[in-house]
Design a protein around this ligand. Structure first.
Ligand code: CA
Ligand code: CA
Ligand code: CA
Ligand code: CA
Length: 238
C-alpha cells in the first residue's frame, strides 16, 4: 500500500470514529385513550405502536401493584407492608384497579384512577428516551408521581411541574428491556377515607407516553470496514 492512499484512508477512519457518537431518533406515541390491549389486564400484556420511521415498538406491562387493603370493622385498612395485585384499567385514560378494594367503593373512581401507592412497571423492546408524559387530572402540589428507571434514582414530580410533562428524565437513554416504574407517590392512607370525604387531588391518570426511540448510527466498526475497502479499491485503481 502506498502512503499516498494510506494517509487519507486513516484520516477517514478517524473522522468516522468521531462521527459515530450521538444517536438519532424517531418519535413514537403510546396512546392509552379509549381502550388498548392493557385494558383490564395484569402483568405480561403487550401493546405495540408505530414510530415515525415505521419501527414497530412493543411495550410490555411488567407489573401492576397496589396497596393491599382489608375490610375490618367497616374500614378498609392497609398494614403498610404488603402490596397486592392490580390491573391497568382504561375508560378514557389509563388508571390502576386495586383488586383488593371491591364492593362499595371507598374511593371515588378508584378503579379508573392511579391512587396513592399504586404503581405500573413497563418496558420497551428498543432503546428509548422519555420525551413526554401526558397525564389526566395531574395538577397542583398534592398530585405526586415518581418515575424510576431500574438502576437509577427515582425522579419525583408534582402537578405543579406541569401537564404534559416534557423530558421527565433529562434525556436519559433507557436500554431495551429495562424496567420503568411510574408510581403515585402520595402518602397511602389507612384506613381509607370514605368516598364523601376524599379530595380528588391525589389521584391522576395517564393519557399517553411519547418516546424517542434510539436508532443506532452505523457502528465505528462498519465505518472502519468501509474505510478499509476504500483503501483497497483506491490502491487497485492506481
Ligand atoms: Ca378495585
Ligand atoms: Ca386505583
Ligand atoms: Ca394532560
Ligand atoms: Ca389530581
Amino acid at each position: 500500500m502506498k502512503m499516498t492512499t494510506f494517509v487519507p484512508a486513516l484520516s477517514l477512519c478517524l473522522v468516522s470514529l468521531l462521527l459515530a457518537g450521538p444517536a438519532q431518533g424517531a418519535l413514537v406515541n403510546f396512546d392509552f385513550n379509549n381502550g388498548t390491549a392493557f385494558d383490564g389486564s395484569g402483568p405480561g400484556t403487550t401493546m405495540w405502536a408505530l414510530a415515525e420511521d415505521d419501527t414497530n415498538v412493543t411495550m410490555t406491562s411488567v407489573d401492576v401493584r397496589a396497596p393491599e387493603y382489608e375490610l375490618a370493622d367497616g374500614n378498609w385498612t392497609w398494614d403498610g407492608t404488603t402490596y397486592g395485585v392490580a390491573e391497568t384499567y382504561i375508560v378514557s385514560t389509563l388508571g390502576i384497579n386495586n383488586l383488593s378494594i371491591s364492593g362499595d367503593n371507598p374511593i371515588n373512581n378508584e378503579p379508573t384512577n392511579i391512587n396513592p401507592g399504586e404503581s405500573w412497571t413497563f418496558s420497551f423492546d428498543v432503546d428509548v428516551v422519555f420525551t413526554q408524559i401526558d397525564f389526566a387530572a395531574f395538577s397542583g402540589g398534592d398530585d405526586k408521581a415518581t418515575l424510576e428507571v431500574e438502576g437509577e434514582s427515582p425522579v419525583a414530580f408534582t402537578g405543579d411541574d406541569g401537564d404534559p410533562l416534557n423530558d421527565p428524565l433529562s434525556g436519559l437513554v433507557i436500554p431495551a428491556g429495562t424496567n420503568i416504574t411510574i408510581t403515585n407517590s402520595d402518602t397511602v392512607p389507612t384506613p381509607l377515607p370514605d368516598a364523601e370525604s376524599i379530595t380528588p387531588s391525589s389521584n391522576w391518570r395517564i393519557n399517553n407516553f411519547t418516546l424517542d426511540i434510539v436508532v443506532p448510527e452505523p457502528s465505528a466498526l462498519v465505518l472502519l470496514l468501509i474505510s478499509g475497502l476504500t483503501v483497497i479499491v483506491s490502491g487497485r485503481t492506481r
